[in-house]
Design a protein around this ligand. Structure first.
Ligand code: HEM
Length: 394
């Protein structure tokens, strides 16, 4: 008998989880209209939860008991009703402040942004930058410095005028400052507060933000300068296909012919111009909150074209609240900046330790003629044909 009872207990304990699963489908009525275990489990596994049971319960003046009666509420809204209405931005709020976002007191829809910003954005951002540095270090170890193959001539050719170098260094200097201050803002809470404390970080964050906001103008001006000077040399042509087919010389060795800028440099140029412009626009929208709304209208347009349907996704959120506009601007600004920074790491590598003779182009402006012949043979011919070569005897 005792053995039979033990078997019964064992079966019960094995079935217990299955009974617990049964509870998952508890109808909402059984929870008195509140959330169910299913809602909680769905939320925990990041699935969509239909929360109309909450968002639609914001008080009904018609059905309400008068305030003079027991459980009667003023205007048909109890405190929980009112808080729910505030949370879902359906409360009739009047405020003295006339700002565009003044009447949104709680923005429930911003939670995913907050979690993404302090979680995956930091992890993937750090992996992207760290991974790029690692790949460059690996490339250096395998390939070593790209040397000038032939005998140096001792003669130089002018590659960039002073104004071009000014534009480049204004762009590079401002970008590096923006990059460092931007990373401090993005990673500060997670990395610097635990290391240096709140007080020290507070001072650093205020200074960092001031520098970041003001240096941004130098970056935008420099972007315009280099665009004007270099766009003509960066239009794609047939030589780029040959250069790319040979991987810039990595495949099959030798130096594929190139004009003033090779295909790799053209890719860098257009990345800097397009991503840089995109970072500038989203940055200006963050600098003047709620004044420049770019995402709502873009999402509306993409929805009209059915773009998200092409890849089997739901339509993009539209219209956006003023806070959502700022949240999308922040994410876009950070993600595009991280991508451009990774690209620029590769550029800095090849323009400095990665290639012998390259830095002179942006340093003094004059390059060794042999370097120019190896890396930009068609450009050297063009310069010579135009009679612009400036030979300097050593
Ligand atoms: C501070 C580190 C940097 C170094 C050492 C460096 C070096 C160079 C050099 C040597 C060139 C000329 C290459 C040639 O003669 O063909 C160049 C060109 C260029 N740089 Fe930089 N640069 C730096 C940072 C940056 C930054 C931060 C940007 C943009 C955000 C940038 C954008 C460009 C562009 C668009 C070109 C023309 C295309 C190219 O050569 O790839 N540079 N840089």
């Amino acid at each position: 008998m005792l053995r039979l009872f033990a078997v019964f207990v064992l079966i019960c304990s094995l079935l217990a989880p299955a009974w617990a699963q049964e509870a998952v489908v508890t109808p909402r009525a059984e929870t008195g209209g509140a959330q169910t275990l299913d809602d909680i489990l769905r939320r925990q596994s990041a699935q969509k939860v239909d929360d109309t049971f909450r968002s639609s319960v914001t008080g009904d003046p018609e059905a309400a008991a008068p305030i003079s009666e027991a459980l009667g509420t003023r205007g048909g809204q109890s405190d929980p009703d009112l808080w729910r209405a505030l949370r879902y931005d359906t409360a009739d709020v009047t405020s003295q402040s006339r700002g565009p976002a003044a009447t949104t007191l709680i923005q429930d829809g911003g939670m995913w942004w907050l979690k993404f910003r302090e979680g995956p954005l930091l992890v993937y951002g750090a992996a992207l930058l760290g991974g790029t540095l690692l790949l460059l270090a690996l490339f250096y170890l395998v390939r070593g410095r790209i040397r000038i193959d032939g005998e140096k001539t001792g003669r130089t050719i002018t590659r960039f005028k002073a104004v071009e170098r000014f534009g480049h260094w204004l762009l590079a200097g401002s970008f590096l400052i923006l990059g460092v201050t931007g990373l401090i803002s993005l990673f500060g809470r997670k990395v610097l507060i635990p290391a240096f404390g709140h007080d020290a970080f507070s001072t650093l964050a205020i200074g960092t933000k001031w520098i970041h906001n003001n240096i941004s103008w130098a970056f935008i001006v420099a972007l315009v300068i280099i665009f004007v000077f270099w766009v003509g040399h960066n239009l794609p042509d047939r030589t780029d296909l040959k250069w790319l087919a040979k991987g810039g010389g990595i495949i099959g060795g030798g130096h594929p012919p190139a004009k003033k800028f090779n295909a790799g440099q053209k890719l860098i140029f257009w990345s800097v111009i397009l991503l840089g412009a995109s970072i500038s626009v989203s940055g200006i929208s963050l600098l003047f909150p709620f004044e420049l709304n770019i995402f709502g209208s873009t999402f509306g347009l993409l929805n009209d074209w059915g773009v998200s349907g092409w890849v089997g996704l739901d339509p993009l959120p539209y219209p956006l609240s003023p806070q959502e506009e700022m949240q999308y601007s922040q994410l876009w600004h950070a993600i595009v900046s991280l991508v451009l920074t990774a690209i620029i790491f590769a550029h800095i590598y090849i323009g400095s330790i990665g290639m012998e003779g390259a830095f002179d182009a942006m340093g003094s402006g004059d390059v060794e003629e042999q370097w120019a012949r190896e890396h930009h043979s068609l450009w050297v011919e063009e310069v010579q044909k135009a009679g612009l070569r400036q030979g300097k005897e050593v």
